[in-house]
Design a protein around this ligand. Sequence first.
Ligand code: UDP
Ligand code: MG
Length: 311
Amino acid sequence: MKKVSVVIPVYLEEEVIDECYNRITKVLEDLNDRYDYEVIFVNDGSTDRSLEMLEKLAKKNEKIKVLSFSRNFGHQAAVTAGLKYVSGDAIVIIDADLQDPPEVIPDMLKEWENGYEVIYGKRKVREGESKFKLLTAKAFYSTINKLSDVEIPKDTGDFRLVDRKVVDVVNSLPEHNKFLRGLFSWVGFKQHAYEYERNVRFAGKSKYPLGKMLKLASDGIISFSTKPLKIIGGIGMISVAISIIILIYTILSFIFKWNNLTAGWTSLMCTMTFLGGVILISFWMMGEYIARIYDETKGRPQYIIDKKINL
Ligand code: UDP
Ligand code: MG
């Protein structure tokens, strides 16, 4: 019998854990003629009763497993850790707050049986989310898709069902600070968008304040793109170009006495703009080397083999 593993990051979710457990296990128990299951809750350093509640659930149901962090390391770290411990053939990543309905898991499993290997949830509607959140999310996805080499489908979060094979590949990537939705897109394989309606949070508040959101966005952009470094080069070249125009103008105005120049202005202007540009260009060149070092240290493989035939 095949097995489904569900990974759920949990941070200060005492108000939702029981409901989350009930709804997820209901869905998974209904599949029990075809699938075995396990649910791995990753407690990301909650300071409320979350861990205590999870321990209770684990005692009641041996298919519930719990990982608990020593402190809050963040949502991506929690999911990354959970993925290392899964033993199923199909792996579901879902938030604890029930914004993503567990009831769609059987449908996602159908797509998986049809041969898709990454079935990512794509939000049709996002109920109950602030205009601010929707706007920032939109800005983020369009920025990252402009800057980086991988396409990250917009309106998707981490809610997805992934084949074991793909999880193994992602687990084997040595980089820290994994930006999972980017990596799951980057690794390739047969991907499929599963459209669903995102609900309001069952209870409690969002655990993603602006600071965490910005960190996620910068991790996403910086780990998939070195273009920000190249932008410095562009600015540098524009300043050098402008400095040359100023240079010509100041020299001409010095020679032809176009205006009453203060002594020293000409040479100051020239050196300032020119050097500014040269410095920026140097930063950019150094940046190019740093970018390459960064790429190497991430240690991502150059390619990923999906299948081998007669080998
Ligand atoms: N989460 C976590 N660590 C954190 C922040 C959030 O494990 O530092 C979990 C949280 O418990 C939830 C999921 O990540 O299961 C998504 O968080 P949330 O729903 O607060 O984010 P939002 O949906 O508002 O983006
Ligand atoms: Mg949420």
